[in-house]
Write a protein that binds this ligand. Structure first.
Ligand code: CAA
Length: 258
């Protein structure tokens, strides 16, 4: 499939999805969100890690497209928010690790896109924030909820109410970003993390992701039940047999994800 505003590239088991409208700082308009959704849906079982990044030098994604949004009335705004939520929920529902490589401005919908990934690595020149209240609206693609879960209520409120942009170092300090890399090393870093992950059992990673996600909103007892079940269910899988056999035979495991 050919896309206009995104690029989807595969390098073995690692896919890189680039939002690529650099002239508009990769702002998310309807078309871009639809292409993003289609690209995420198109990922096959051979993709084991997804990296999401922005095209050009300046931006990851500078938000939803303000020019397009400015013409919306309430019914269309509902549809636009539903599209963004659906696309990011689809991303979040992937069973593989998803990494946001934030290479520049990640504002509004861009910050929300990064938040829908499993974790965020940022370049030194990245700036993150939810500036929507400055436009007379609020974050509309999950930012109020995912940012709150990521950094806590008070910090999320501070960022949302001020609309302030924070740099990568501050974003790391508050736990929004895991690591800050020189701009030229960001993608290589993400790929090296992906390379470590694809050596491990895909079923085990998918199960770990599921129990972490499902357990996050539950009390510890219920959440630990999910872990116990997930642990036990992996026994009897080809990956479990191979992983343990390979260890005992002192050789690298060859996982099939079955
Ligand atoms: N929507 C549409 N176009 C955008 C855009 C956006 N979110 N962000 C940048 N652009 C466009 C600019 O209009 C400009 O286009 P022209 O060259 O045609 O004038 C081009 O990208 C370059 O931008 P700037 O000239 O503004 O670049 P800068 O370096 O001076 O500033 C910036 C960079 C600080 C990121 C600034 O562009 C900016 O503040 N952008 C908007 C950020 C924002 O408010 N994002 C939130 C959007 S609302 C949202 O996302 C809602 C939601 O949750 C669903």
């Amino acid at each position: 499939m050919t896309y206009e505003n995104i690029r989807l590239e595969h390098d073995g088991a690692v896919a890189t999805l680039t939002i690529d409208r650099p002239k508009a700082l990769n702002a998310l308009n309807n078309k871009t969100l639809q292409e993003f959704e289609a690209a995420v849906k198109s990922l096959g079982a051979d993709t084991r890690v997804l990296i999401v990044t922005g095209g050009g030098e300046k931006a990851f994604v500078a938000g939803a497209d303000i020019a397009e949004m400015s013409a919306l009335e309430e019914p269309q705004a509902r549809e636009f928010a539903a599209l963004g939520h659906r696309a990011f929920a689809l991303l979040e529902s992937l069973s593989i690790p998803t990494i946001a490589a934030v290479n520049g401005f990640a504002l509004g919908g861009g910050c929300e896109l990064a938040l829908a990934c499993d974790f965020i690595y940022a370049s030194e020149k990245a700036q993150l924030g939810l500036p929507e209240v400055g436009l007379g609206v609020i974050p509309g693609f999950g930012g109020t909820q995912r940012l709150t879960r990521a950094v806590g209520r008070a910090r999320a409120k501070e960022l949302v109410f001020t609309g302030a942009r924070i740099d990568a170092a501050k974003a790391k300090e508050i736990g929004l970003v895991l690591e800050v890399l020189p701009a030229g090393e960001l993608l290589a870093h993400c790929r090296s993390i992906a390379a470590k992950m694809i050596k491990n059992g895909p079923l085990a990673i998918a199960t770990a992701k599921r129990v972490i996600e499902q357990g996050a909103d539950k009390d510890l007892g219920e959440a630990n039940t999910l872990e116990r079940q997930g642990f036990a269910e992996l026994f009897g899988s080809d990956d479990q047999r191979e992983g343990m056999k390979a260890f005992l035979e002192k050789r690298p495991a060859v996982f099939t994800g079955k």
